[in-house]
Write a protein of this length. Structure first.
Length: 306
């Protein structure tokens, strides 16, 4: 009987769990919770399957770290670099002060390639949404598809945040329809992105997990978002504590980012700019104010350490 249960559990995991949880860590509890397996015999079979796949076979299917597992992936995607166009990069516009035409100087220093991931890691209420919305309106004419995923803003909230932009930007096409789409979503963003918006400019406000115990999931979530982009760019807001550079989930979240900005109240710091020309923007700091109903960056200035 135990072998029969194990066989069914093994087949179930191979067909309905492993293919959908590549590039992420998961636990025994995650599996049993997903399939609603409460019977001790079934839960024991899950443990046996996990142990077998990371310990008992010559080429393990799983890696184990404490109580978490991940699927071993030995696939290699060769990069055909010889015929690449070194000028095939985006000159993305960053927020600026439309009242003075003064922006963040690092904008002209960075190179953003197709398929890039930009992370804005900010303290609560430091201005992450303001940053994303400013990037949206400044770049909405440069991409065929511009989409904004939000888990917080209602239609009224969004309109109040966007109204001040009407003074400086044309938010609608000639047919009167907005130049961008906004969707209410709080998880599995990669499912919504690929393939429809893979070549577009995608904003996610913001990516989070249920509790601290799930912070280990943040990196695979970001990786899946980045892999869902083809020639598009994803801009993702993350939460962090005030006064620190790293978002909830740790320093390893920087690794997949092409641009990583840490935001605190009235200040940003360029933590990582992977590709740049002329002057190195990494570790540069800038201060600012936010005005006009929380929509606009003003008084933008560099911070120079003595």
């Amino acid at each position: 009987m135990a072998d029969e249960i194990y066989s069914k559990v093994s087949s179930k995991l191979e067909a309905e769990w492993y293919p959908y949880h590549e590039n992420e860590w998961f636990t025994h509890t995650d599996i049993c919770g997903h399939f609603q397996w409460f019977d001790p015999k079934i839960r024991s079979a899950v443990s046996r399957k996990l142990y077998h796949d990371y310990k008992e076979i010559s080429e393990p299917k799983l890696e184990k770290n404490n109580k978490a597992y991940r699927i071993v992936d030995k696939t290699l995607d060769e990069i055909e670099w010889e015929n690449a166009d070194i000028d095939d990069v985006y000159k993305l516009k960053m927020p600026y002060d439309p009242t003075t035409n003064v922006g963040f100087p690092f904008e002209s220093l960075i190179c953003i390639p197709p398929g890039a991931l930009i992370i804005i890691a900010g303290a609560s209420n430091a201005g992450k949404t303001t940053w994303l919305l400013n990037m949206l309106v400044r770049n909405m004419d440069d991409f065929e598809d511009v989409v904004y995923f939000t888990s917080e803003l209602s239609a009224v909230n969004l309109k109040r945040r966007l109204n001040p932009f009407e003074e400086w930007y044309e938010l609608r096409n000639g047919d009167g329809k907005p130049k961008f789409k906004v969707f209410d979503r709080e998880s599995n963003y990669h499912d919504a992105i690929y393939p429809k918006y893979s070549n577009g400019l995608v904003f996610i406000d913001y990516l989070d997990v249920n509790n601290e115990a799930e912070y280990f999931k943040m990196k695979p979530y970001l990786k899946r978002i980045k892999r869902s982009m083809r020639r598009g760019v994803a801009v993702v807001a993350l939460q962090k504590n005030p006064g620190v550079d790293d978002a909830f989930g740790g320093k390893n979240l920087r690794s997949d980012a092409d641009l990583y900005i840490a935001m605190d109240f009235g200040q940003i710091k360029i933590i990582k700019a992977k590709d740049w020309h002329t002057e190195n923007p990494n570790l540069k700091k800038y201060k600012f104010d936010i005005e006009f109903n929380g929509s606009t960056f003003t008084n933008i200035q560099g911070i120079y350490e003595e």
